[in-house]
Design a protein around this ligand. Structure first.
Ligand SMILES: Nc1ncnc2c1ncn2[C@@H]1O[C@H](COP(=O)(O)OP(=O)(O)OP(=O)(O)O)[C@@H](O)[C@H]1O
Ligand SMILES: [Mg+2]
Length: 137
Protein backbone atom coordinates (compact mmCIF):
# COMPACT_ATOMS: atom_id res chain seq x y z
CA UNK A 1 0.00 0.00 0.00
CA UNK A 2 1.38 3.41 -0.80
CA UNK A 3 0.48 7.10 -0.94
CA UNK A 4 2.19 10.08 -2.48
CA UNK A 5 1.40 13.45 -0.88
CA UNK A 6 2.47 17.05 -0.50
CA UNK A 7 2.04 19.07 2.72
CA UNK A 8 -1.27 20.34 1.31
CA UNK A 9 -2.49 16.76 1.09
CA UNK A 10 -1.00 15.38 4.30
CA UNK A 11 -4.24 15.67 6.26
CA UNK A 12 -6.13 13.42 3.90
CA UNK A 13 -3.14 11.08 3.60
CA UNK A 14 -3.16 10.69 7.40
CA UNK A 15 -6.89 10.02 7.46
CA UNK A 16 -6.52 7.44 4.67
CA UNK A 17 -3.64 5.81 6.55
CA UNK A 18 -5.69 5.27 9.73
CA UNK A 19 -8.62 3.89 7.72
CA UNK A 20 -6.47 1.02 6.52
CA UNK A 21 -4.91 0.24 9.91
CA UNK A 22 -7.84 -0.74 12.11
CA UNK A 23 -6.65 -2.65 15.16
CA UNK A 24 -2.98 -1.85 14.61
CA UNK A 25 -1.13 -0.19 17.47
CA UNK A 26 2.60 -0.08 16.76
CA UNK A 27 4.01 1.70 13.71
CA UNK A 28 7.71 1.91 12.81
CA UNK A 29 8.67 4.76 10.48
CA UNK A 30 11.77 4.37 8.34
CA UNK A 31 13.18 7.18 6.22
CA UNK A 32 16.26 9.33 5.88
CA UNK A 33 16.78 12.49 7.93
CA UNK A 34 14.28 15.09 6.77
CA UNK A 35 12.18 12.54 4.92
CA UNK A 36 9.11 13.69 6.82
CA UNK A 37 8.62 11.10 9.59
CA UNK A 38 7.88 13.65 12.32
CA UNK A 39 5.69 15.68 10.00
CA UNK A 40 3.57 12.63 9.12
CA UNK A 41 3.42 11.43 12.75
CA UNK A 42 2.09 14.84 13.75
CA UNK A 43 -0.54 14.61 11.00
CA UNK A 44 -1.51 11.14 12.29
CA UNK A 45 -1.86 12.48 15.84
CA UNK A 46 -3.98 15.38 14.65
CA UNK A 47 -6.17 13.00 12.65
CA UNK A 48 -6.73 11.03 15.89
CA UNK A 49 -7.83 14.22 17.63
CA UNK A 50 -4.76 15.05 19.70
CA UNK A 51 -5.35 18.61 20.79
CA UNK A 52 -2.23 19.45 22.79
CA UNK A 53 0.57 20.91 20.73
CA UNK A 54 2.47 18.11 19.13
CA UNK A 55 6.18 18.79 19.16
CA UNK A 56 9.09 16.84 17.79
CA UNK A 57 10.51 14.48 20.39
CA UNK A 58 14.05 15.34 19.38
CA UNK A 59 15.14 15.96 22.95
CA UNK A 60 12.97 13.42 24.67
CA UNK A 61 12.92 9.88 23.42
CA UNK A 62 9.31 9.28 24.36
CA UNK A 63 6.50 11.85 24.14
CA UNK A 64 2.96 10.96 25.08
CA UNK A 65 -0.10 12.71 23.72
CA UNK A 66 -3.66 12.49 25.01
CA UNK A 67 -6.20 11.40 22.49
CA UNK A 68 -9.57 11.07 24.18
CA UNK A 69 -9.27 8.16 26.58
CA UNK A 70 -6.24 6.84 24.75
CA UNK A 71 -2.58 7.76 24.72
CA UNK A 72 -0.34 7.96 21.69
CA UNK A 73 3.36 7.45 22.25
CA UNK A 74 5.61 9.23 19.76
CA UNK A 75 9.13 7.92 20.03
CA UNK A 76 12.39 8.90 18.36
CA UNK A 77 15.14 6.33 18.83
CA UNK A 78 17.74 8.34 16.91
CA UNK A 79 19.85 9.07 20.00
CA UNK A 80 19.84 5.49 21.21
CA UNK A 81 22.54 2.98 20.40
CA UNK A 82 20.79 -0.34 20.66
CA UNK A 83 18.03 -2.47 22.19
CA UNK A 84 19.56 -2.28 25.68
CA UNK A 85 19.46 1.50 25.68
CA UNK A 86 15.93 1.44 24.30
CA UNK A 87 14.86 -0.88 27.10
CA UNK A 88 16.43 1.40 29.70
CA UNK A 89 14.67 4.42 28.21
CA UNK A 90 11.29 2.70 28.57
CA UNK A 91 10.72 2.17 24.87
CA UNK A 92 9.95 -1.52 25.21
CA UNK A 93 7.40 -0.88 27.97
CA UNK A 94 5.66 1.63 25.72
CA UNK A 95 5.69 -0.74 22.72
CA UNK A 96 3.94 -3.48 24.72
CA UNK A 97 1.61 -1.15 26.66
CA UNK A 98 -1.27 -1.58 24.24
CA UNK A 99 -1.24 2.12 23.39
CA UNK A 100 -0.64 3.57 19.95
CA UNK A 101 3.10 3.87 19.28
CA UNK A 102 4.53 5.88 16.39
CA UNK A 103 8.27 5.30 16.28
CA UNK A 104 10.98 7.12 14.31
CA UNK A 105 14.38 5.51 13.73
CA UNK A 106 13.25 1.96 14.60
CA UNK A 107 16.46 0.65 13.04
CA UNK A 108 18.27 1.67 16.24
CA UNK A 109 16.57 -1.15 18.12
CA UNK A 110 14.87 -3.43 15.59
CA UNK A 111 14.87 -6.39 17.95
CA UNK A 112 12.34 -5.06 20.44
CA UNK A 113 9.37 -4.48 18.16
CA UNK A 114 6.22 -6.58 18.60
CA UNK A 115 5.36 -9.13 15.95
CA UNK A 116 2.40 -7.20 14.59
CA UNK A 117 4.31 -3.95 14.11
CA UNK A 118 3.35 -2.10 10.94
CA UNK A 119 6.47 -1.10 8.99
CA UNK A 120 6.23 2.19 7.13
CA UNK A 121 8.82 3.84 4.92
CA UNK A 122 8.83 7.43 3.72
CA UNK A 123 10.85 8.49 0.69
CA UNK A 124 11.51 11.92 -0.75
CA UNK A 125 10.10 12.25 -4.26
CA UNK A 126 10.93 15.94 -4.61
CA UNK A 127 11.13 19.02 -2.38
CA UNK A 128 7.40 19.03 -1.72
CA UNK A 129 6.39 15.44 -2.29
CA UNK A 130 6.80 12.28 -0.21
CA UNK A 131 5.94 8.65 -0.90
CA UNK A 132 4.82 6.51 2.02
CA UNK A 133 4.75 2.73 1.80
CA UNK A 134 3.32 0.30 4.31
CA UNK A 135 5.02 -3.04 4.85
CA UNK A 136 6.88 -2.53 1.61
CA UNK A 137 10.46 -2.38 2.88
N1 LIG B 1 5.00 16.14 1.61
C1 LIG B 1 5.74 16.39 2.71
N2 LIG B 1 5.59 15.61 3.81
C2 LIG B 1 6.36 15.83 4.91
N3 LIG B 1 7.29 16.78 5.02
C3 LIG B 1 7.47 17.59 3.96
C4 LIG B 1 6.72 17.42 2.77
N4 LIG B 1 7.12 18.35 1.89
C5 LIG B 1 8.07 19.06 2.50
N5 LIG B 1 8.29 18.63 3.73
C6 LIG B 1 9.29 19.17 4.65
O1 LIG B 1 10.28 18.19 4.91
C7 LIG B 1 10.74 18.29 6.25
C8 LIG B 1 10.53 16.97 6.97
O2 LIG B 1 11.07 17.09 8.26
P1 LIG B 1 10.76 16.03 9.40
O3 LIG B 1 11.29 16.62 10.67
O4 LIG B 1 9.33 15.64 9.38
O5 LIG B 1 11.66 14.81 8.94
P2 LIG B 1 12.09 13.52 9.77
O6 LIG B 1 11.99 12.39 8.82
O7 LIG B 1 11.30 13.43 11.03
O8 LIG B 1 13.62 13.81 10.07
P3 LIG B 1 14.54 13.27 11.29
O9 LIG B 1 15.11 11.97 10.85
O10 LIG B 1 15.58 14.32 11.43
O11 LIG B 1 13.67 13.12 12.52
C9 LIG B 1 9.96 19.43 6.88
O12 LIG B 1 10.73 20.62 6.80
C10 LIG B 1 8.72 19.53 6.02
O13 LIG B 1 8.15 20.82 6.00
MG1 LIG C 1 11.84 13.31 13.03
Amino acid sequence: MEWTYTLDEIKSAAAAFWKTQAGKKVFAFYGQMGAGKTTFVIALCEAKGVSSTVSSPTFSIINDYDCGLETIYHMDLYRLKDETEAQRAGVEDALYSGNFCLVEWPEKAPGIFPEDTVYVSIDVVDEKTRRLKINGI
